[in-house]
Design a protein around this ligand. Sequence first.
Ligand SMILES: [Zn+2]
Length: 268
Amino acid sequence: MTAYIDPHIHMVSRTTDDYKRMALAGCVMVTEPAFWAGFDRSGVEGFRDYFRQLTQYEPKRAAQFGIRHRSWLCINAKEAENVSLSREVIAMIPEFLTMPGVLGIGEIGLNKNTLNEATVFIEHLDLAAKSDELVLVHTPHLADKYQGTRMILDMIRNDRRIKPERVCIDHVEEHTIRPALDAGHWVGMTLYPITKCTPSRAADMVEQYGTERIMVNSAGDWGHSDPLAVPEFIFEMRRRGHEEAMIRKIVYDNPLAFCSQSRRFAFA
Ligand SMILES: [Zn+2]
């Protein structure tokens, strides 16, 4: 069994049985970005409680199965449409940036590529730059992905304080992986049963682009998703005859190297 890390999964939406099945499949660490709960929260206190859940409660639930839990904080792109609420949340985030399990700001990004979303994205980047935090970026779905990814890469490039290697561009697909890698960022390929990327498409991209700065994740949440998607990818890579060291680099060494850039990150 290959030990692996799932660098993007929303465990607050998953059951305790999922933790157990993931542990049995070799999962040793998850990193959980803040995201949309399926409904818009009514105010900043809703986010404070969510951040307490991510930083205090969820790590204990994971630890019962020997899984380390790390998290990312932000207001997601969907709720970022509300700029005044977003500013309240961004102002509150530093309260949690001293917690040992917090890796940085994320998953920030764009949803419908609106001006409000872009404003809030830039203000999150400012917080990350000022506090020297890692950044995890959500790229939009389907039709909005290419344009949204270009906008995101431009906004990051325009903030010269942000080092490219301290940013992961997530949910990349065949048409967005190259510009993200060329900009010097890490990338995440999300393995979804329906949309985003299947394990075999991810394996194709690894065969084309190599293993440098590339990670895979399940992005498991409350929708159609599979918390065991990373083991599915391992299975597909093995089926194609790839070496264990190469597989391990993508599912273990790379996420560890990316996370290790956070000054609070410890992996004992
Ligand atoms: Zn997500």
